[in-house]
Design a protein around this ligand. Structure first.
Ligand code: ZN
Length: 259
């Protein structure tokens, strides 16, 4: 069984379409989304509709929460983007009531935590599923935090939120995909945290869309996880962001830098 994991799309439709086409070309049994479908990017409505139609389910990320409910601890650019994003959903509601009802239902039902056999899936961390970041530098720099987080799950934890792909091991290491040739073999009895990276706003200085595919015999027998990076048309997304006043230019520029 093969399950694709996507996360942190952030309204980047070009990146999402490219990733979905790549997933289709590899063949999977299902796709799951770890949240932050929207926020920052210029195509929130289209991204939500695509995730609703293509994914088994999506989690609630902090940016999804900000748009549906309210922004908490956001900087000015992120808060303005959240309000602009909400406006796009409201405008679309006036245009197509029926579509909008379905869309709000989908958004209203996003869960903060999903258990799937050996896997616990959250956007941020098992302690604070919407908002807590598990940064690569925490592996060495905040061992108490990492240890406390590892106590909160049994087997394998899937997270997004930092937009940095890689694996946290229980002996306080963070491994980038390049360190294990982009395929990590799970070892029975060894806990790990897996972050597939971000589809729509990578932040590891590599401006390529990131996602993963899990391989397992069944949900209780995980085998390995593959990490993929793919090119997508960035410039059209940057141009769209630059043309929208409420979205800071920086939100476009950072896509070119992967940061
Ligand atoms: Zn995010």
């Amino acid at each position: 069984m093969r399950i694709a994991i996507i996360s942190d799309i952030h309204g980047n439709l070009e990146a999402l379409q490219t990733v979905l086409a790549d997933i289709d070309s590899k063949g999977v049994d299902g796709i799951i989304s770890l949240g932050d479908i929207i926020g920052y990017g210029p195509d929130p409505v289209a991204c939500v509709d695509l995730v609703a139609s293509r994914c088994k389910w999506s989690l609630m990320g902090n940016h999804d929460f900000a748009v549906i409910y309210e922004p908490t601890n956001f900087n000015k650019a992120a808060e303005e983007a959240a309000y602009w994003t909400r406006e796009q959903f409201e405008n679309e509601s006036k245009r197509d009531r029926e579509g909008a009802t379905k869309r709000w239902e989908f958004l209203g039902k996003l869960r903060v935590r999903v258990s799937m056999g050996s896997f616990l899936c959250v956007h941020g961390s098992p302690r604070r599923p919407i908002n807590e970041y598990i940064f690569p530098e925490d592996a060495h720099g905040a061992p108490l935090k990492i240890n406390a987080i590892f106590e909160r799950f049994e087997n394998i934890c899937l997270v997004g939120h930092t937009h940095v792909p890689g694996i946290f091991t229980s002996d306080n290491e963070f491994l980038k995909p390049v360190e294990f040739n982009s395929v990590y073999q799970f070892v029975r009895g060894q806990k790990v945290i897996v972050n597939p990276g971000s589809v729509g706003q990578p932040r590891d200085r590599i401006p390529l869309a990131s996602y993963s595919i899990l391989e397992m015999k069944d949900e209780n027998t995980p085998e390995c996880v593959h990490f993929y990076r793919i090119e997508y048309p960035i410039q059209p997304v940057v141009d769209k962001i630059h043309a929208i006043d409420a979205l800071s230019n920086w939100l476009g520029d950072r896509l070119l830098e992967g940061c």
